[in-house]
Write a protein that binds this ligand. Structure first.
Ligand SMILES: [Zn+2]
Length: 597
């Protein structure tokens, strides 16, 4: 069966903004009818043991009570019917009460459907999506799923279009016994590395052998200097240029790294109380050096690796071209997200020199001309005593120009809806987290680990008995050695298997954690007010300005975003979702096109 997509990417991307030149924020549908519309509601209740429903929590009585309680709070909604499919599976829609309800909807007797949650409605992603996204809107039916927080009457933007199919997908996946294998594509490789340089980088000091648990080959945080490093990154993130940062440090009388080292050599341990000497000031270069140093993220970067792994103590030299990067070798001073952000800022800031020398404008280095691909630059013009700020192509292409505040408003709106989408995605991912199939998976792996442990114990016992066997003459010395070697190897194999099983478990548990850290980046701006430079650089890759105030907006982390979408899709893919495949996932666009007339 062929039908239109549930909602298209273009739809979603274009829908949010239709600004005018006077008021770019004007939303398209603000002329809502003010009088309360009346709805003839129908409660749809369903229970089926086949679906694994638990009698107590899903009982018809419970469903009815919940729905009635909810309906009471909805202005204009009167319950005119209740349809009950008791003992009918949600896998399809061939259910007597459901069919009856659809007939009454078509006859105009019902125009509002209430369910406890989507699984009550149906457990088939494709079919449910068809009803909720197509049939109901077409028939003017308001659809309410209480526990999912879905009510088609109060759509906020278009983000609901996404969450419904997603949640549907999940309930579909939930229905079937799917075992998902979640493995990180890139396995985390941990190697041991020692700091072998002569001097610790500013912000750190070398470990002292006299301190318990530390050694000279580990970097320790040097608190006073580390605080300065943190300040430097913070100021950079706030939009200060390297020059401005250096000036600020000098104004505060903070000694430069060079001066600090000297002061320490003279045994001034808390040298920050003392004003820096005049001959060793901070320079933009010194600030740059700090901003670019990966060491602050806890990664040790150097030309040598001291030891290849924790078993081999011997050190060896590596070619300098082959720089070694070892993660997690010392306590980070700057989190990796901020560090990467600063790297991006540094890349972008190169061509910018704002007049006040202090801050960088939100779109500096971010906007490109759609005609020639070159950077857009900021131009101010005055007319009638007013100041207008435009971004224009640095090559002066005619047509590629846009008012800065209009650009900001459009980007802001686009980001708002993108963040909404990501929050929905996040919800879905966390939902998947809690699916029993994941716990099943972990349990299975746990079982395998237990088996391997038992194996290890058996080999240990065998090795123990070998000696006795040799003593009592059952085996000779050569056999003893041979067998011992063999058992030890098997023992080691089992141990290794346990390690990799443990890693697998960690991966499964981590799908919503570590690997989706990018979501946190967006979450941080969930309720943002004004668009800041930091936010733009964090979340947007590029803005392209086409003639006629058309914008292309490329979000950051779009590949991660797509990866998560595919993951969510994969969860439901074991079954036929071909009817919605393009709809649900196609609804997600990481590239947004805006008309900003
Ligand atoms: Zn141009």
């Amino acid at each position: 069966m062929k039908h239109n997509h549930i909602s298209t990417g273009a739809d979603l991307a274009m829908a949010t903004v239709a600004p005018t030149s006077n008021n770019p924020a004007v939303a398209s549908n603000h002329t809502e009818n003010s009088e309360v519309k009346t709805w003839r509601g129908c409660l749809y209740l369903r229970i089926s043991k086949e679906d694994g429903d638990k009698e107590e929590s899903e009982s018809i009585t419970n469903q009815r009570a919940l729905l009635l309680g909810h309906a009471e709070k909805l202005p204009g909604v009167t319950i005119v019917a209740t349809k009950v499919d008791d003992g009918w599976s949600g896998a399809n829609f061939q259910r007597p009460a459901f069919i009856e309800m659809m007939e009454e909807i078509r006859a105009g007797k019902i125009d509002c459907v209430l369910v406890k949650d989507l699984t009550r409605f149906g457990r088939n992603f494709g079919e449910s999506g068809k009803y909720i996204e197509h049939v109901f809107p077409f028939l003017g039916v308001r659809f309410i799923s209480v526990n999912d927080g879905i009510d088609s009457a109060n759509k906020k933007g278009r983000s609901d279009d996404i969450v419904v199919p997603f949640l549907n997908l999940i309930s579909d996946a939930y229905c079937r016994d799917i075992s998902i294998k979640i493995r990180s594509q890139l396995e985390t490789k941990r190697r041991k590395g020692d700091f072998v340089g002569a001097f610790a980088v500013y912000g750190y000091k070398r470990g002292d052998d006299s301190e318990v648990g530390y050694n000279r080959n580990r970097l320790l945080v040097d608190d006073p200097a580390a605080d300065v490093v943190k300040m430097i990154f913070q100021w950079k993130l706030d939009g200060l240029s390297a020059d401005a940062v250096a000036n600020k440090l000098n104004t505060l009388g903070i000694p430069s790294p060079m001066a600090y080292k000297k002061l320490q050599g003279l045994n001034f341990s808390t040298s920050f109380a003392i004003s820096g000497s005049a001959n060793a000031k901070w320079s933009a270069m010194a600030v740059f050096r700090i901003l670019k140093d990966e060491t602050y993220t806890g990664t040790l970067v150097q030309g040598k690796v001291a030891t290849p792994n924790h078993k081999v103590k011997k050190k060896f030299q590596k070619p300098t071209a082959d720089w070694a990067r070892v993660d997690g070798m010392h306590e980070p001073i700057i989190n990796i997200g901020d560090f990467n952000l600063v790297q991006r800022l540094l890349e972008r800031d190169t061509r910018i020199s704002p007049k006040d020398g202090e801050s960088v404008y939100p779109f500096s280095g971010m906007a490109r001309c759609g005609m020639c691909g070159e950077n857009m630059v900021r131009k101010t013009s005055h007319s009638n005593g007013k100041t207008y700020v435009y971004l224009v192509c640095c090559r002066k292409c005619k047509g590629s120009r846009i008012k800065e505040d209009l650009l900001a408003e459009c980007v802001k709106l686009a980001l708002q809806s993108h963040i909404d989408n990501i929050m929905n995605l996040d919800r879905v991912l966390r939902f998947i987290e809690e699916l029993p199939l994941k716990q099943d998976e972990v349990q299975k792996l746990d079982g395998q680990i237990a088996a391997k442990r038992a194996e290890m114990e058996r080999y240990e016992a065998l090795v123990m008995s070998l000696y006795e066997n040799m003593e009592s003459g059952i085996i000779n010395q050569a056999e003893y050695r041979q067998m011992k070697t063999r058992y030890n190897a098997l023992h080691a194999d089992a141990e290794q298997a346990i390690n990799s099983l443990n890693r697998e478990i960690a991966d499964i548990i981590n799908i919503g954690g570590e690997k989706n850290r990018w979501i946190e980046q967006f979450k941080e701006y969930q309720n943002f007010g004004e668009l800041s430079r930091r936010m733009v650089v964090s979340l947007v890759d590029a803005v392209t300005v086409h003639p006629g105030n058309k914008l292309d907006l490329l979000f950051r982390y779009r590949y991660d975003y797509e990866r998560c979408i595919s993951f969510v899709r994969a969860v439901g893919q074991l079954h036929d979702i071909s009817t919605v495949g393009t709809g649900a996932v196609g609804a997600v666009s990481t590239q947004s096109t805006k008309e900003a007339v």
